[in-house]
Design a binder for this molecule. Structure first.
Ligand SMILES: Cc1ncc(COP(=O)(O)O)c(C=O)c1O
Length: 400
């Protein structure tokens, strides 16, 4: 019997998870593997958040909540948007879901008709195109160039828009490049968005607080308030509060969109975990000072890893301004040959070579829609990051 729907044929498992799985397999066989594939901070969840969750548990907050999230949490989220981004959202313009991924999934499913196009600047977070495919949309990949620091330009956006465009997904700070859009760059994109009233924008701000060197974060609804009715601002606590497993993300946007997403969620997962919602409320309402310490640590790791990688002949890397990834280009290594094994013709070949020869797991650029590059995450202990970078250097040094 053919169990599997046609819809499932359009998508593949997350490639980052595939690399992690292969690395885990080799580790289980006793190999010394360092995985730079993970997209989650190695810091512990803040103590006050844990206490908030324990308190909620002992108070019996273990029942269904409103599908769209508890009112106190949505009020706390509205407070966050006002305080940190200068945007006014009311609680009824906010939905809480099981992670930012779930928010984006809900949005795409609630808005796309079959054949609607979604512009995704590449390199992109691996899940966007598959989520669009599940919703029967068509991903339109806008390939960004190194000359523009792998960012979407107004020209590239304009070229990508057609009468069928329904949505644009923007992500800053970006996974995998770490690039952050400036206010001026967002204003220039807004100019083009204004001319395409049939399109809305998902602004994925999940790495908002992980920015370096005094770079200032801006989100589209903040710099172009006139477009607010066509923007879904997405954020969450996975990355910046080290709460990945607690699965809370939130989206804020026009009432009609939030209502549709809520109806969809009511027929699928219902509310996000009641305890995680309480933890998130505490995270947003309490002082945020621990974050600057974390960012300091990430920033030091970024500098050290960047210095090693960028000095490896054959690699070149733009210095990231945010998130916790480096995305070196390995175009100069294509056509090279390892001492044992066949010629490297793609970033996937290179990633396999690094894993099999020196036990370092990286994610090939093919997963992010722009090759030949690879992504390393430096969200693991500093010593391991540096050891992994030295191993990469050693392995690349052996290529002829
Ligand atoms: C750009 C981007 N958006 C969204 C997410 C998903 O975050 P969450 O854990 O809140 O679902 C990730 C996680 O890797 C990400 O990198």
């Amino acid at each position: 019997m053919d169990f599997i729907s046609h819809r499932m044929r359009r998508i593949k498992p997350s490639p980052t998870l595939a690399v992690m799985a292969r690395a885990a397999e080799l580790k289980a066989l006793g190999n010394d593997i360092i995985s730079l594939g993970a997209g989650e901070p190695d810091f512990d969840t803040p103590e006050h958040v844990k206490k908030g969750i324990i308190k909620a548990l002992s108070e019996g907050k273990t029942k269904y909540t409103a599908v769209e999230g508890t009112l106190p949490l949505r009020q706390a989220i509205a407070g966050k948007f006002k305080r940190e981004n200068g945007i006014d959202y009311t609680p009824d313009q906010i939905i809480v879901s099981a992670g930012a991924k779930h928010v984006i999934f809900n949005a795409l499913l609630a808005t796309l008709n079959s054949g609607d196009e979604v512009i995704i600047p590449a390199p992109y977070w691996v899940s966007y195109p598959d989520m669009v495919e599940v919703a029967e949309g068509v991903p339109v990949i806008a390939r960004c160039t190194p000359e523009n620091h792998l960012k979407l330009t107004p020209e590239l956006l304009e070229e990508s828009i057609t009468p069928k465009t329904k949505c644009l997904i923007l992500n800053s700070p970006n996974n995998p490049t770490g690039m952050v859009y400036t206010k001026e760059e967002l204003e220039a994109l807004a100019e083009i968005i204004r001319q395409a009233p049939h399109m809305y924008v998902v602004s994925d701000d999940i790495y908002e607080h992980v920015v370096y060197d005094g770079v200032e974060f801006f989100t589209l609804a903040q710099v172009a308030p006139d477009l607010k009715e066509r923007i879904l601002t997405v954020n969450g606590v996975s990355k910046t509060y080290s709460m990945t497993g607690l699965r809370i993300g939130y989206g804020a946007g026009p009432n009609t969109l939030i209502e549709a997403m809520t109806i969809l969620q009511s027929q699928s997962t219902s509310n996000a975990s009641s305890l995680s919602q309480e933890g998130t409320r505490v995270a947003l309402e309490r002082p945020q000072d621990f974050m600057s310490e974390w960012v300091k640590i990430f920033s030091k790791r970024r500098d050290e890893a960047y210095n090693i990688l960028n000095n490896i002949p054959g690699l070149s890397c733009i210095k990231p301004q945010g998130a916790f990834y480096l995305y070196p280009s390995c175009v100069a290594l294509m056509g090279k040959q390892p001492p044992l094994g066949s010629i490297i013709t793609s970033d996937t070949d290179l990633a396999n070579y690094l894993l099999e020869s020196v036990g370092v797991a990286v994610v090939p650029g093919a997963a992010f829609g722009l090759s030949p590059y690879f992504r390393i995450s430096y969200a693991i202990e500093t010593d391991k990051v540096l050891e992994a970078c030295h191993r990469i250097s050693q392995a690349i040094g052996l290529l002829k």
